[in-house]
Ligand binder design. Sequence first.
Ligand SMILES: [Zn+2]
Length: 129
Amino acid sequence: MTTKTRSAKARDTGLDVRLPKETCTDPKCPFHGHIKVRGQTIEGVVVSTKMQGTVVVERTLLHYVPKYERYEKRKSRYMVHAPPCLKITEGKRVRMAETRPLAKNVSFVLVENLGEVSLPVKGEEEVKS
Ligand SMILES: [Zn+2]
């Protein structure tokens, strides 16, 4: 159990993330609404913010192919709900957490802004055999 020493404004999500400085009135915000997170947390890069309240997050990972003894680059895209208090723009590294399905294709919510991407996209996870 976590102690209730954090600021009364933001709800404790149970994740080890920086709390947003702003507050919002979004009911689907994990800090100021009533969305509970459980399951996976994933890091990625925001590639599109054209939808209302939802962003597209892409993550790349290296997958080892034993036959060629090399890595292949894989990527996957997630539609992620973006609460307004996090102030997410395109090109930001973010952390998202799994929630119940919020829409047909949305079952993740952003929980942390990890800042700007350093230009050659770093942080690619290596999957060693
Ligand atoms: Zn919020």
